[in-house]
Design a protein around this ligand. Structure first.
Ligand code: ATR
Length: 292
């Protein structure tokens, strides 16, 4: 990597960020395209966020990715939000445009692009999303306008109902969104004629990787199953979906596609998706070797 006095610096800020794959995927992309950028990670505690943003301004850091726990709290320190970030109330990408910090959110469009890239365009489809947290919120807002029917199932019903109401308020009555509890009866009923299932809960993530949010019997082979959990890459949900012949999309695809949109915001250049994925896979393999 050739770092010079002109190199533009991008970074992810969050807590924790030690194991973030973002530096790996972005540096691989910058190098592949010979772009004079470098990407680093800064561990920023919640109480340090204000100082960190002053630092971004003072140092002229060019681009940021923002992860837990700052996606909402960063908004008050920015100069401008793009339309989608404003609607969703969450920021995962910042562009420093001549000293003005502009916030974007690429999580929802990342999920949408991951589906399209895998050949499962959600346009006009029935989509079931599990979870009503931050990740689900971005995905649901983006999909709501594009799908035929969106069902949000969550363990805490109130959160799902609030999210669905919020989507209707912001996007208007024309979107077809329903909310219900994440229980077997609803899963069975809703998945029967669904085209796409997205797990946006943390169920199945290590160390709880023996769990799945959906019983195998409720899956069918015409379903595309997308799990945003990427640790492990093949969750129990995806493994069982594969076994019955369903199409599967893993959490790394989500990470890469949301990263790709950030990359394009900073550089104006189309992101090399496959290069980014290969780099992440190599890193995951390396880490697994180290841990065994
Ligand atoms: P994120 O920003 O990653 O979405 P979050 O806001 O903490 O994180 O949301 C986590 C999601 O996983 C929520 O939908 C949560 O359900 P609740 O709203 O009921 O808490 C869901 N979740 C976490 N653990 C779960 C479990 N064991 N069973 C079912 N859902 C679970």
């Amino acid at each position: 990597m050739d770092v010079s006095g002109k190199t533009k610096v991008c970074a992810v800020i969050g807590d924790p960020v030690e194991h973030s794959l973002s530096p790996i995927i972005h540096n691989a992309a910058f190098q592949h395209l010979n772009l004079d950028y470098v990407y680093v990670a800064f561990n920023v505690r919640a109480y340090q966020l204000k100082d960190a943003i002053l630092g971004v301004r003072g140092l002229g850091i060019y681009g940021l990715n923002v992860t837990m726990p700052h996606k909402i709290s960063i908004i008050k320190y920015l100069d401008e939000l793009d339309e989608t970030a404003k609607r969703i109330g969450s920021v995962n990408t910042v562009l420093n445009k001549d000293g003005r910090l502009i916030g974007y959110t690429t999580d929802g469009v990342g999920a949408f692009n991951a589906l399209k890239y895998a050949g499962s365009d959600p346009l006009g489809k029935k989509v079931v999303v599990l979870g009503a947290g931050g990740a689900s919120r971005s995905i649901c807002f983006t999909l709501a306008e594009r799908v035929r029917e969106l069902i949000i199932l969550n363990r805490t019903l109130e959160r799902a109902v609030n999210l669905a109401n919020n989507i209707r308020e912001v996007l208007g009555g024309k979107v077809n969104v329903r909310a219900a509890s994440l229980v077997d009866e609803n899963l069975r009923k809703e998945l029967k004629d669904a085209d796409i299932l997205i797990n946006a809960t943390s169920v199945g993530m290590k160390p709880n990787d023996a769990y799945t949010p959906v019983k195998r019997d409720f899956l069918h082979r015409n379903l595309t199953v997308f799990d945003i959990v990427y640790n492990p890459l093949e969750t129990r949900l995806l493994r069982e979906a594969k076994l019955i012949g369903a199409k599967t999309i893993d959490g790394l695809s989500m990470l890469i596609h949301q990263g790709a949109v950030s990359f394009e915001i900073w550089t104006g250049v189309k992101a090399p998706i496959d290069v980014m994925r290969e780099a992440a896979l190599r890193k995951i393999e390396e880490t697994e070797k180290e841990n065994t």
